[in-house]
Design a protein around this ligand. Sequence first.
Ligand SMILES: [Mg+2]
Length: 178
Amino acid sequence: MTRQPLLLLDVDGPLNPYAAPRLRRPDGYRTHELMPTWWAERQTRRAADGVAKPLRVWLNPAHGPELLSLPYELAWATTWMDEANALIGPRLGLPELPYVRWTELFGEDPDGLHWKTRDVVAWAAGRPFVWVDDELGPQDAEWIAAHHPGPALTLHVNPRVGMLADDFAALRDWAAAA
Ligand SMILES: [Mg+2]
C-alpha cells in the first residue's frame, strides 16, 4: 500500500481562528485558556510586571474527527510544536501526532520566506504534502515548487474564520488527484 500524503497543520489561524472579532466566537467553537511555552515567553518579555496571561484559544471539536477522516497522515507544523499534542490534540480528539521542530521560532528568512518554510520542506523529505497555514504567501509556494521533489500544496486559511467545509473538500480533492 502506498503511503498517504502528509497533512501539515498549523494551529493558530486554521484551527484557532484568532483573528475573528473578539466577542464573536465562530459557531461550533469552544474557548480555552492555555499557556504554551512560546506564548508564556513572549508575554513575560512584554508584560511590565513579567506575569504571563493565558492565551485565549478557540477550538472546534468537530475538526478532530473531520481531520482524521481525511486520506492523509497528520502532523503538526505549528509554533506549539510538541505542546500541540498536550494542549490542542486532546481537545479536538486527535491522537499524538508527529511534529516539525523549528530551527528558529519566528526567525527572519534572508529571502523573505515564511520562517517555517525551509524546515517544512526539509521535514517532508520529498513526501507529498499539503500544508495548511494562514501566513503563507506566493513566494513560499514558489520556493516549495522549486525545492520539494514531490507534489505539494499550500492551503491558505483565513484566521478570521478558521478551516471551513471548502477547505476539507479541497483537501479531499487534492488527495484524490495526487
Ligand atoms: Mg498560523
